[in-house]
Design a protein around this ligand. Structure first.
Ligand code: HEC
Length: 96
């Protein structure tokens, strides 16, 4: 009986951890362009890269960074989405 309770408790802790981890992925600020960032910028590395770099990058910086993802690393992002992404990142995570 004790073993069953322990097993169930363990399972609950694991499930809670998974749910918390999934919620963390949606931590970006709300606004136009957020969906494009979530759809395009989390496939190769985590979206934390975006948050970690927000103290350093202004509009030009974000423009360069998004272009680098596309040209150097081959991110499949069309020009329209790229524009929305730079706009969103500068507005919400641009260096002030
Ligand atoms: C095709 C894969 C890929 C996609 C998609 C991608 N990145 Fe990256 N990104 C990389 C790689 C590779 C690095 C550098 C290597 C590393 O440090 O892991 C990187 C690094 C970064 C960095 C760290 C600074 C730098 O320039 O090295 C930032 C900021 C960043 N990416 C932002 C973005 C944003 C914003 C998007 C969405 C527009 C995006 N990434 C989409 C592959 C990608």
């Amino acid at each position: 009986m004790k073993a069953i309770v322990l097993t169930l408790t363990f399972a609950l802790v694991v499930i809670a951890g998974i749910v918390a981890a999934q919620e963390r992925r949606l931590d970006l600020k709300d606004g136009p362009g957020r969906a494009q960032v979530e759809a395009n910028c989390g496939s190769c590395h985590s979206l934390d890269y975006v948050l970690m770099n927000s103290p350093f990058l202004d509009r030009n910086g974000w423009d360069g960074s998004v272009n680098k993802m596309i040209k150097v690393f081959g991110a499949p992002i069309n020009a329209e989405d790229a524009k929305a992404i730079v706009e969103y990142l500068n507005t919400n995570y641009g260096k002030t």
